[in-house]
Write a protein that binds this ligand. Sequence first.
Ligand code: PXP
Length: 264
Amino acid sequence: MVRKSETEPLRLGVNIDHVATIRNARGGRHPDPLRAAHIAIAAGADGITAHLREDRRHIGDDDIARLKNELTRPLNLEMAATEEMLAIALRHVPNACCLVPEKREERTTEGGLDVAGTGDRLASVVQRLKAADIRVSLFVEPGARTIAASAAVGADIVELHTGTYCEHVLAGDVGAVSAERERLAAAAKQAHGLGLEVHAGHGLTYNTVAPIAAIPELVELNIGHFLIGEAIFGGLSDAVGQMRAKMLEARRKVSPVTVHESAT
Ligand code: PXP
């Protein structure tokens, strides 16, 4: 039997890494990422995302401990699939871990995980996190082979990389924008069909969020750099509120997802 489900509400995860970037520019404790997390939650964020990078360039180990102990909403820990990070995740047990590729010299997370190419090693990390009751997300490019491989390694979630889409919007390349939006929509549909929860993020702004939020299978967007940047001008509450409003508006126009049910 096939039924039309309710359109899932779209959650907003606020990434507070760049509050720590500003703090670390001077050392010391100000501005505090935990304070930003509390403000984001009060303004409507459904969860907080933080990326503990190998080089600790923004978020540090102590930030993760404080976020985990004090947050009132789920913590999504972004991390590379290394033994060091696995041990940290197992110590703090965040609600979810989003596994990302990490290169020391990159400015931000470039590209998605090569899930098909690193299957066995990745599957072992996924299984060890899941065994500790941590939901596992894989940050991936919207390609059919990668989505299939993500389901095969046992991930709960795929987070679709929207960086390329946002770059095409910035460049004003209408054809490329439309093609990448199609790729994202097809990947979301495929992932949903395979039983994966579907998230998206990277590079999203007020200007780019609506067409992504309108992809019906998506249940969460993770947004950081733009919101923290906007917070300089109008405050973090206002930035989160405006982003939420744009997501909601885009979502109102979405037709419900078709769900396949067994005939019991
Ligand atoms: N999702 C993932 C997996 C990321 O690595 C990042 C960047 O840390 C984001 C979302 C958020 O991207 P941005 O800071 O560009 O909004």
